[in-house]
Write a protein that binds this ligand. Structure first.
Ligand code: 5AD
Ligand code: SF4
Ligand code: FES
Length: 352
């Protein structure tokens, strides 16, 4: 197994069978072997900097019905809210003062936020904070919508592919949604010129080692600038309420494989990882991740953005999370960076 890790480090890719073999057979010792290599690659490319992204969860309405997610439209118990444009801008103001230079507008697929409303918000943020990167994470849209958002100034787009396997995708989503359209979206986003992020849940229901190996192959082909992964965590008001959570060990192992597969990628240690283990985010950084995404949303709405159970930081202020993360990163020998933190293998000059 060590020779497979060596091979991955050298070639930055393995065959599907080789990835699947590692995923099926890894243990604590091989994990440590992988993490050390992943850390070294990460430190070679990005030093000990940890980039921060200010997450603004601006709407908990969603027209989709993904089986795993607490915001699915079928969940009558979810509390719904929308932030106004001025509330969003005051999150940015607070965030800027705390050193954030990337804002992530994330929400469910909420028809209230038409292209017209989105464009107005994008332009306001970009004109108020021209030195900041703006990341959108608002789901599946047409090529035309994505293009309009980009032309209005959006720099990056996060859309997890969730699983590269069509059949597995169909088990996690209602029949109106398809892996094909998901991948079409990611292609469109790349072609338009966004810095693109994909990703998946680790340990989602029905997931196999082959599925995860396919995810690695898909990601290697897509060459995204960012990859977000975190453990699946069951939510009590969804059809997957009784499904098992993804594990810390497998999530960390996948993070290590990702780092060696995409040496330059921006990879967050996610809130979900911090939710299944008190030191999950620290362990994620030590397995090769280089981004954290604390919440900038007003604390009174945080408890309403519940994709999964027991989410951390729902009672804290932005300033508290910022401080907390600074201390946590310091404690493991890493530093929060105040910068846009663009991906090293993406040239902004490519922007038309
Ligand atoms: N557990 C973990 N992650 C989840 N997501 C949605 N629901 C859950 C859950 N129950 C992830 C999905 C989605 C992202 C916004 O959050 O991967 O793309
Ligand atoms: Fe909506 Fe996203 Fe949740 Fe799916 S995962 S139900 S698209 S918020
Ligand atoms: Fe939110 Fe620690 S990061 S309280």
């Amino acid at each position: 197994m060590k020779s497979l890790i060596d091979k991955l480090e050298k070639n930055t890719v393995l065959s599907k069978e080789e990835y699947a073999f590692l995923i099926e057979n890894f243990d604590g010792e091989i994990s440590e072997y992988l993490f050390e290599k992943a850390r070294n690659v990460r430190i070679k490319n990005y030093g000990r900097d940890v980039y921060i992204r200010g997450l603004i969860e601006f709407t908990s309405y969603c027209k989709n019905n993904c089986l795993y997610c607490g915001l699915r439209c079928g969940n009558r118990n979810a509390e719904r809210y929308r932030l106004s444009k001025s509330e969003i801008l005051s999150c940015c103001e607070k965030g800027y003062a705390l050193g954030f230079r990337t804002f992530v507008l994330q929400g469910g697929e909420d028809p209230y936020f038409t292209d017209e409303r989105m464009l107005d918000i994008i332009k306001s943020i970009k004109s108020g904070y021209p030195d900041c990167a703006l990341t959108l994470s608002v789901g599946e849209k047409s090529y035309e919508s994505y293009k309009a958002y980009f032309d209005a100034g959006a720099d990056r787009y996060l859309l997890r592919h969730e699983t590269a396997d069509n059949e597995h995708y169909a088990k996690l989503h209602p029949k109106e949604m398809s892996a094909l359209n998901r991948k079409r979206c990611l292609e469109d986003l790349k072609n338009i010129g966004y810095q693109v992020g994909c990703g998946f849940m680790v340990g989602s229901p029905y997931q196999t080692a082959e599925n995860l190996a396919d995810d690695m192959i898909y990601i290697k082909e897509l060459q995204p600038q960012m990859v977000g992964i975190g453990p699946f965590i069951s939510q009590h008001d969804t059809p997957f309420a009784d499904k098992k959570n993804g594990t810390l060990e497998l999530t960390l192992f996948m993070l290590g494989l990702l780092r060696l597969t995409l040496p330059y990628a921006l990879i967050p240690a996610t809130t979900a990882l911090g939710t299944i283990d008190a030191l999950g985010r620290e362990k994620g950084i030590l397995a090769g991740a280089n981004v954290v995404m604390p919440n900038l949303s007003p604390s009174d709405v945080r408890k309403k953005y519940l994709l999964y159970d027991n989410k951390i930081c729902t009672g804290d202020e932005a300033a508290e999370c910022r401080k907390c993360l600074e201390m946590r990163m310091k404690a493991i020998g890493y530093d929060i960076a105040v910068s846009r933190g663009d991906c090293l293998n993406f040239k902004n000059s490519e922007r038309k």
